[in-house]
Design a protein around this ligand. Structure first.
Ligand code: PLP
Length: 455
């Protein structure tokens, strides 16, 4: 809105504090902080507008999801048409709807080789919960029910439900909640910046991080490990881009010990890395792949588990039903929006744009920040980026307490019209895929100004 709507803003903030328990919020400080939540009222392209009329460049595409940008009429029209035609019907008990089956086929077309079946849910968390069920079902049918353990990584984020938070490696989400549940194991992430030993090259470190997975499988016993799950690039963990040596080793280890390889592409999918799916970029051939976020560019909730022929054929060989599903599995409106969203990504050539134009351009612009006294490393892949803030560049020593400087920088960004997120002391970036090079210039210029303010 051009006119600030202050009264309304005050009212919304008061209601938010009084009645709304927002996710990942510190309720005590929200209540004490007179400012309260920022209220976002509108968005167009890559820009958000808040209730006080401030315009913000959304460097995070919402929560890593608004790939085609805001205000796309095609998606609204697809939802409207589908709501009039068939707003809801379930896909339980041998029922299907045209949008659900059309989308299943489209996903098989754009996904890596051999992922020809889709199981739908409404969120990334649900899709990863479904993975746990699918893995167990698969091994039950193969006569090895004891292969129920799953290996994952520290700093992984796979969702917020009890099972998906157990898959995840965020200690803050587990302590005090009885998590991880039994059977979920974690090893170090392929995070060279924080975990490499002095003098260790990224290539050597990548092999060592993969070996941690092998060691864990051997410790638990290969006859008990059913799957390994990983995000090709760990997003919420701080945009952790693995060395090139990592994924080929993981692939080899999973084959050697007959462990299913699950790629969580909830952030990486749908063009974010300059490929339809990051598995292509890293040479991963997953047995299961989870998708959400960019599948509808966040316009409506939808997720999917893509299932390989290897797993699918076992599922289809089993007696009895797979007793798992959600009321909204294959929701027709969500699937119709996903189809329209994929059509837009194709029509606008967004995957190619990220791969050949804006991805390399972002990498170059971020590099220009390397000389800043606070910056220990910049890294990016496609339109996923991170700027590590450190106290000492040479030793990669972080500030103490970890997170304080990142939060400060994030707040400066907000005040200067840029949404970036702080993960510990890493500033992370994931703008809509429609961002233009001139807008990347503006983004990086603002980031530099905010680094100056933070220093
Ligand atoms: N997997 C990854 C890699 C994610 O980044 C997220 C959310 O950020 C999830 C799963 C969970 O998705 P949702 O929040 O839709 O449940």
């Amino acid at each position: 809105p051009s006119e600030p709507i202050r009264n309304t803003t005050a009212r919304w903030r008061a209601l938010d504090v009084r009645h709304h328990l927002s996710p990942f919020a510190d309720y005590k400080s929200l209540k004490q902080d007179e400012g309260g939540s920022r209220i976002i009222t509108q968005a167009e392209g890559i820009y958000l507008t808040d209730s006080e009329g401030h315009r913000l460049l959304d460097g995070m595409a919402g929560l890593w999801c608004v790939n085609v940008g805001y205000g796309r009429a095609e998606l609204a029209e697809a939802a409207y048409r589908q709501m009039l035609e068939l707003p809801y019907y379930n896909t339980f008990f041998k029922t299907a709807t045209p949008p659900a089956v059309e989308l299943s086929e489209k996903l098989a077309e754009i996904a890596p080789e051999g992922l020809n079946r889709a199981f739908f849910g409404s969120s990334g968390s649900e899709s990863n919960d479904s993975v746990v069920r699918l893995v167990r079902r698969y091994w039950n049918l193969r006569g090895q029910p004891e292969k129920s353990h799953i290996v994952s990584r520290t700093y992984a984020y796979h969702g917020s439900t009890m099972a998906s938070a157990s898959l995840g490696g965020m200690v803050g989400m587990q302590e005090g909640f009885g998590l991880p549940l039994p059977g979920f194991h974690h090893v170090m992430p392929p995070y060279w910046f924080d975990f490499a030993e002095a003098g260790e090259t990224p290539a050597d470190f990548g092999r060592r991080a993969a070996k941690a997975v092998e060691d864990k499988i051997l410790e638990i016993g290969p006859d008990k490990v059913g799957a390994f799950i990983g995000e090709p690039i760990q997003g919420a963990g701080g945009v952790i881009i693995p060395p090139e040596t990592y994924w080929p080793e993981i692939q080899r280890i999973c084959s050697q010990y007959d462990v299913l390889l699950v790629a969580d592409e909830v952030i990486c999918g749908f063009g974010r890395t300059g490929r339809w799916f990051a598995s292509e970029a890293f040479g991963i051939a997953p047995d299961l792949m989870t998708l959400a976020k960019g599948i509808t560019s966040g316009y409506v909730p939808l997720s999917a588990v893509l299932v390989s022929d290897k797993v699918g054929e076992v599922l289809e060989s089993g007696e009895g039903e797979f007793a798992h599903g959600y009321t909204y599995s294959g929701h027709p409106v969500a699937c119709a929006v996903a189809l329209a969203n994929i059509a837009l990504i194709e029509r606008d050539g967004l995957v190619e744009k990220v791969r050949h134009e804006t991805g390399p351009y972002l990498a170059e612009c971020l590099q220009s920040l390397s000389d800043h006294p606070l910056v220990g490393q910049v890294r990016s892949f496609g339109l996923l980026g991170a700027i590590e803030l450190v106290e000492d560049k040479a030793s990669r020593k972080h500030f103490e307490p970890l997170g304080r400087v990142g939060t400060l920088c994030r707040d400066h960004c907000f005040q200067n019209g840029l949404v970036m997120r702080a993960v510990r002391d890493g500033m992370v970036l994931s703008p809509p895929l429609i961002i233009e090079t001139a807008e990347i210039d503006a983004l990086v210029e603002t980031a530099r100004r905010c680094l100056d303010l933070t220093a």
